[in-house]
Design a protein around this ligand. Sequence first.
Ligand code: HEC
Length: 139
Amino acid sequence: MKGGSLLLLSLTLVASSASFAQTPPGPGQMKPVAYKVVDGNKVDSDTLQGWKTWRALACERCHGAKQEGMVGPSLIDAFKSLDKNEFHRTVFGGRVDKGMPDFSASQMMQKNWENLYAYLKGRSDGKINPGDLQAIDAK
Ligand code: HEC
């Protein structure tokens, strides 16, 4: 009996430290990944900012306009498994030796990385169309 409850306690500790490890480095609380999309090309304002960040930082030079991959890998494929922490690590620090630039100096990236993650997740999920987007409430 005693052994059993000890085991339970240690399992609880493992579980809580694992969820703690989900928190990325740097300040701020991580938002849950959420995007809203209507008709494939109308998205919520956060996701729209994510797409604008993609455009402004010209990720498509290497990953392709449809995220299909060119010099850099397909992000459609990568986002089937890439979690937010790994994404954060990749864009803030880059993999400079392998050709992926470090975007940590970009204010747009600092402000919008989670929105960019949501946008790319929506692309990978096949819910958001490639190409131009507009706000859901745009007239
Ligand atoms: C100059 C070319 C270039 C640009 C610009 C670029 N990338 Fe990359 N990216 C790469 C290369 C090359 C890799 C593969 C690195 C490796 O082999 O580990 C990569 C890897 C990645 C990965 C990891 C994929 C995986 O499978 O783990 C992500 C995520 C990523 N890039 C996102 C971005 C985003 C977002 C932008 C724009 C802000 C961007 N990249 C701009 C070249 C680029």
